[in-house]
Design a protein around this ligand. Structure first.
Ligand SMILES: [Zn+2]
Length: 75
């Protein structure tokens, strides 16, 4: 079983430069979130193990492009 998510290259947070975290949600999606400011990407869902890694890659790619949702209220 190849679950090689560790090979994904995740850049620092595009908003604050904080540490990113690739999160998996209960066997159905991935997203990347910032451990410092709490911004995050959209969810990237998958339906089977084959799509799983692709979803993780999409989440990381989106994050690396800076397409994140800020959750800071009015700051
Ligand atoms: Zn951040």
């Amino acid at each position: 079983m190849n679950n090689d998510l560790s090979s994904l290259n995740i850049l620092d947070c595009p908003l604050c430069g904080g540490a990113p975290l690739l999160e998996e949600e209960k066997d159905w999606c991935f997203y990347v979130t910032c451990m410092d400011c709490g911004c995050h990407t959209a969810d990237f869902s998958y339906n089977n193990p084959k799509e799983r890694l692709q979803s993780a890659e999409k989440a990381v790619h989106t994050w690396n492009l800076g397409k994140v949702i800020s959750s800071i209220p009015g700051e």
